[in-house]
Write a protein that binds this ligand. Structure first.
Ligand SMILES: O=C(O)[C@H](O)[C@@H](O)[C@H](O)[C@H](O)COP(=O)(O)O
Length: 223
């Protein structure tokens, strides 16, 4: 598979330029179609892009924001992706966005998944999807060879399911929900991830889950 890769001179350029591009895609949806949805990764790479995006002029009140996935920890936990998002994206003008928090406080992600599927379904297809990738080629909480990965990748999967394979229990959007997006961006930094992405482009999604999204994605890369 040939990858559509944009290589930036540095991480700051990647953050600013991707933030601009995403704002343009959301504006286009808001102007021409109706309410927009923006689904974003956790992890450490996207913080600077989120800070840039949060300050851009947009009718944020008509945008729904949600994470690709969440670790099953409370919102004040150091591992909470929501905590990171509240500090970086859901601030300034972007604080007006509607935020779907994937951590519900239920004892298990399995118990919360059906309710979250109902909450997320009206926002599909996603307008803009941004994905990150781990060195192991996982994306969202779709981990290589994890128990139940085949169900998360199935075209019949509900929008949200519990996931295994990370350090703690997780909840994740499934492959069909993520693949619904009108615009898909993969954001990676560092040579190790670039090499992993090249390997993933030749691999099966069960071994390299990011592969399920590469055909329709624009890859944004900085060293
Ligand atoms: O909660 C998570 O772990 C993420 O949503 C995950 O899919 C992330 O995007 C990658 O692990 C990359 O993370 P880094 O940007 O920290 O390398």
């Amino acid at each position: 598979m040939t990858l559509d890769v944009i290589t930036y001179p540095d991480a700051e350029m990647m953050a600013l330029s991707l933030a601009d591009r995403i704002a343009g895609e959301l504006r286009q949806q808001l102007d021409a179609v109706g309410p927009a949805s923006l689904c974003v990764p956790g992890g450490s790479t996207p913080g600077p892009m989120f800070r840039a995006l949060s300050g851009l002029a947009l009718d944020w009140g008509r945008v729904t924001v949600l994470l690709n996935d969440e670790r099953w920890v409370p919102g004040d936990h150091p591992r909470s992706n929501s905590a990171m998002l509240r500090k970086t994206l859901l601030t300034g003008p972007a604080a007006a966005a509607d935020y779907i928090d994937l951590y519900t406080g239920d004892p298990t992600p399995e118990g919360a998944a059906p309710g979250l599927s109902q909450r997320v379904a009206p926002h599909l297809p996603l307008t803009v999807l941004v994905l990150g990738m781990g060195d192991d080629m996982h994306t969202a909480s779709l981990f290589p060879r994890a128990p139940g990965l085949d169900e998360l990748l199935s075209p019949d999967a509900p929008p949200v399911m519990a996931a295994k394979g990370g350090d703690e229990p997780r909840i994740t959007l499934t492959a069909p929900a993520l693949q619904s997006a009108l615009h898909i961006h993969v954001m990676i930094a560092g040579e190790k991830k670039r090499a992993a992405l090249d390997a993933a482009s030749k691999a099966d999604p069960m071994q390299a889950p990011i592969a399920a999204f590469l055909r329709d994605a624009v890859i944004h890369y900085a060293d």
